[in-house]
Design a protein around this ligand. Sequence first.
Ligand code: HEM
Length: 279
Amino acid sequence: MSSKPYDPSEDGAEMSFREKMSYSDYLHLEKVLDAQAPISAAHDELLFIIQHQTSELWMKLAIHEIASAISAIRDDNPQPAFKMLSRVARIFEQLNNAWDVLRTMTPSEYTEFRASLGQSSGFQSYQYRAIEFLAGNRNIAMLGPHAHRPDIIEMLEGILARPSLYDEALMLLSRRGFDIGEDARRTAWRAKRPENEQVLEAWKQVYSSPGTHWELYELAEKLVDFEDYFRRWRFNHVTTVERVIGFKRGTGGTSGTSYLKKMLEVELFPELWRVRTVL
Ligand code: HEM
């Protein structure tokens, strides 16, 4: 047996990147790895920053997928949207698992740097609002914290000006011959839509005869799956928050845990939850 250490170059591994694109060049790793700047001396602040930054990266991918799913449904081509929505659900599952890492931070450890955060909070996550607005939860009061950033307002208003994921699903129902009343005639997308009995009836028909309406049935289940994982994220968030800060007010100024518990009632696709009861 040779005592010589294994040299991967003998196996063909490239070792010279002077004039070639390397792994870190492609991924712009310096930019990503230079973006953590703790402002306290607390050991756990790096965990807190990385947890938020990685969540924002996954949200970026979720936005990319939801926006493409919206286009596919609008183009009467829902099959690719199914795959994209499955990916979004898996992204939320990934984010759900990530809470386990953050939960290793105790209240005492968080208290060491919480004051350094000032008024900053995930409440001001514009990508989170983009996901909510894209999906269909349109509460324009949530634009408030971004008033000082015209570029962010423009991005969010751009989403609000167009139909949401759920709006597109409803218009597909209409194009496939279901009478969905007012929802087929809407032209204003910015405000929250009221629930609609005719939409509930249309989903009821889809769920009563999946074989006849397979694509719409599959779309409905992909949407429910996405919302299911999104709800789990909200629940894991509020549980982590209660575990770490109890019922203290949030750094963003809300009542904290109480506010987040109220947000658990948010519904993205209301008639799809209602239809379960009437089947
Ligand atoms: C110890 C960790 C955390 C604590 C104590 C915490 C606390 C809170 C609190 C109290 C709020 C309510 C708004 C406020 O008044 O500040 C909030 C909102 C929010 N947080 Fe966290 N959070 C934590 C981790 C995270 C992480 C890792 C993310 C991932 C991006 C996140 C994303 C959000 C979002 C998106 C909201 C807005 C929710 C909504 O308006 O429905 N948080 N957080």
